[in-house]
Design a protein around this ligand. Sequence first.
Ligand SMILES: Nc1ncnc2c1ncn2[C@@H]1O[C@H](COP(=O)(O)OP(=O)(O)OP(=O)(O)O)[C@@H](O)[C@H]1O
Length: 241
Amino acid sequence: MLEVKNFTKKYKNGKLAVDNISFTVKNGEIFGFLGPNGAGKSTTIKAIVGLIKKSSGDITIDNIMIEDNPLLYKSKFSYLADNPLLFEKYNGISYINFVADIYGVSKEDRDRRLNKYLDYFNIRESMVDDISSYSHGMKQRLAIIASLIHNPDLLILDEPMVGLDPKSSFNLKKIMRDRADRGKMVFFSTHMMEVAENICDRIAIISEGKIVAMGSLDDIKENLSEDKSLEEMFLELTDVK
Ligand SMILES: Nc1ncnc2c1ncn2[C@@H]1O[C@H](COP(=O)(O)OP(=O)(O)OP(=O)(O)O)[C@@H](O)[C@H]1O
């Protein structure tokens, strides 16, 4: 389980990006983190993965804090950034091998997984080319494969569907569902309502650093007076109508 408890982040310039939020992501669950631009989604994700320091609060994965056991904590998740930075001088194969080596993935496991995902994400032919020659979409697809190569308990994705072609987007959603169905956790941010509506078991809506609604779609709808679409709820709750 991923547990975020009373997390607050104030940047050095005084900006209170996230203000005392708490939520959990359970095994077997796809949890969508929804919010408009600047709401605090990436800040929260960066704190979970250890890229920025928290101002206060506790974040644990399976009861482990990054401060207590960074290696064990980091072995439990993969993180797909919204704009992944890859080693441009590597080719696709060497990059995947580099990531797989870090996580100690056996040759059999990496070959099997790679074989499956190369078809899902249409990138097989380009794996021998330098990453510097890849388009933005190809880099994104390679980064997705890299995030799946060690089969983590928790997959953390920051705006994963942005810029993805329809087939890759479809397959990524399928992978997310399959993983949750096998008891793993998926946590992703999005501002795309239809994605959240289609695949999330639970969502949290964040606005100006605060969680303004959380639960299954049905739970959230029940708390609102009229029968509304997620998009209408989102606009109402984040007050951007
Ligand atoms: N390094 C930083 N220093 C100061 N302020 C920052 C920093 N990073 C983000 N912010 C501010 O914190 C707030 C939350 O930003 P964040 O990137 O977490 O939002 P987001 O929900 O991911 O938005 P988007 O969908 O636009 O990526 C914004 O007002 C942003 O300008």
